[in-house]
Design a protein around this ligand. Structure first.
Ligand SMILES: Cc1cc2nc3c(=O)[nH]c(=O)nc-3n(C[C@H](O)[C@H](O)[C@H](O)COP(=O)(O)OP(=O)(O)OC[C@H]3O[C@@H](n4cnc5c(N)ncnc54)[C@H](O)[C@@H]3O)c2cc1C
Length: 465
């Protein structure tokens, strides 16, 4: 049976980062001078294993940010995260946006106009290579195609401390400390089927209910039926219980089930875990509502019928500004000019929006104002059509599932770990990354959590070594 000081289960973003930091101890101990006093103060070499179910480590990390690796964000703040035990969570994610990235020795990072931080070469796979190089040079053993099926604390077997880690093929390893870095339940193709939570529940841990987050949204599809496949640069507000709980600029793509695109992923945490069958405006509020504000304050000069109707919509919905670069007044003037030139009412948004989307918006304005489309579309005042362009409203009916989601809301209860992310139920058992009940917004926040939680655990293990 092979024996390790530390067994890290999962070779994803946080498992690899944790192993890389820990293994620095081995580089320091190998390079320490030969005098006896220096040898005594040098750190002890650690026997570290990364145990990965897949045939490759870092598969998900290599696919992040559309293959470019969006690893952090200049605008990082506690409001970008949800999770239990805010004190521990806020303390770990606080600080310089680049903190935690020093694990990628020698890689340069830069931010784009939206504050998203990427490696300068814009290649996520290079991040994996950097971590694998560190692990290899520092003598970390990487066990591939090795799914862990159970972790048994030695006390339960009357042995001398530590753990027995059992693999799917029946092989057993021992380790003095175990780090669970098995990620969440999002996207099965990355081995994220949720079964790894069982390793923690077997030790007595509780799983806070799991929901897909950073995910496409299902909406009522009638208003967007003719706009399928159209992509539009927008500003999207998520409205839950009559409050704007999240907003995001970016592209929106209309689909057969609802909407996707950057801006949708950005606001989707507002809808993760909502009960869409509940009566509108339930007493419970969404977890994402820390920055909530009344939906009706968006346009303080609200005068149109459309805006009044949308402001009173009790269902969870999206309010999409389809033309953020122009004011409602500018759009109204353009529409009036078109009507004066004899443009048919249903075509007035042609040249302003994609033609098909323009017709869908005019139809939507007709429906809201109770006018027959297209026969009487000319009866809808241009002010109301312009209000629909700025407030295209879609009721959200659900989210796509875990296999479409980038992250998992919920996970191992944060109240069951210490500030160093050690289990309070099982000493020397640590948990990092998405396996814990922490999820961040779209824009590099989840990898930041993966790297910083890994750093926290590695530093604690080094202190104890
Ligand atoms: C397509 C996509 C794009 C994303 N883009 C971004 C982005 O740009 N920025 C961002 O911040 N976040 C992004 N995310 C989210 C981010 O990738 C995750 O939050 C992050 O990878 C979580 O790190 P982790 O180490 O906790 O888990 P993971 O990276 O998922 O690693 C877990 C590892 O554990 C292994 N494993 C699971 N069970 C076992 C077991 N029983 N035994 C052994 N090994 C096991 C898995 O195979 C996997 O390698 C994206 C996610 C997806 C799916």
């Amino acid at each position: 049976m092979r024996n390790f000081d530390v067994a890290i289960i999962g070779g994803g973003a946080s498992g690899l980062a944790c192993a890389a930091r820990l293994s620095e101890v081995n580089r320091l101990s190998a390079g320490s001078p030969s005098s006896q006093s220096a040898r005594l103060s040098a750190p002890r070499k650690l026997n570290i294993a990364v145990i990965e179910a897949d045939s490759r480590v870092g598969k998900k990390l290599a696919s992040t940010g559309n293959g470019q690796g969006n690893v952090s964000n200049l605008n990082v703040a506690p409001a970008n995260y949800r999770g239990g035990n805010r004190r521990v969570l806020d303390e770990i994610i606080s600080g310089d946006p680049y903190s935690g990235l020093d694990v990628f020795g020698g890689v340069l990072f830069c931010a784009d106009a939206r504050g998203r931080i990427y490696p300068a070469g814009k290649q996520a796979s290079a991040l994996c290579d950097s971590l694998i190089n560190t692990l290899t040079s520092n003598g970390v053993e990487i066990l591939l195609s090795s799914r862990v099926t159970s972790v048994v604390p030695a006390a339960r077997q009357n042995a001398n401390g530590g753990f027995t880690v059992v693999l799917e093929n029946g092989e057993k390893l021992t380790a003095k400390a175990v780090v669970l870095a098995t990620g969440g339940k999002s996207q099965c193709k990355y081995n994220a089927d949720g079964s790894a939570y069982g390793l923690a529940t077997a030790l007595g841990h509780t799983i806070v209910p799991l929901f897909p987050s950073l995910v496409q949204l299902k909406t009522l599809t009638a208003p967007i039926k003719t706009a399928r496949g159209i992509r539009v640069e927008s500003h999207v507000r998520a409205v839950v219980n009559g409050q704007v709980v999240k907003e995001c600029a970016g592209d929106v793509i209309f689909t057969e089930y609802g909407v996707t695109g950057n801006a949708i992923f950005g606001v989707s945490p507002a809808f993760a875990g909502l009960d869409f069958n509940a009566d509108p405006r339930p007493n419970s509020t969404a977890r994402a509502n820390s920055t909530a504000r009344p939906a009706s304050t968006h346009n303080s000069n609200s005068t149109t019928r459309v805006e009044e109707l949308i402001a009173s919509n009790p269902s969870p919905h999206l309010c999409i500004d389809l033309l953020p670069a122009f004011t409602q007044r500018q759009i109204t003037s353009a529409l009036k000019e078109k009507l004066a030139l004899g443009t048919p009412a249903q075509e007035t948004l042609s040249g302003i929006l994609h033609n098909q989307l323009g017709r869908a918006v005019v139809k939507y304005a007709c429906e809201l104002t109770g006018v027959e489309y297209p026969a009487n579309a000319r009866l809808v005042p241009p002010e109301e059509v312009a209000a629909c362009v700025k407030n295209f409203c879609l009721n959200v009916t659900g989210t796509l599932g875990f296999d479409s989601a980038q992250v998992t809301r919920g996970g191992i209860d944060m109240n069951e770990v210490t500030q160093n992310l050690e289990s309070k139920l099982c000493p020397n058992f640590f948990i990092t990354g998405e396996a814990l009940d922490v999820d961040g917004d779209c824009g590099g926040y989840n990898l930041r959590w993966a790297f910083l939680s890994a750093k926290r655990v590695a530093e604690e293990l080094i202190k104890r070594s």
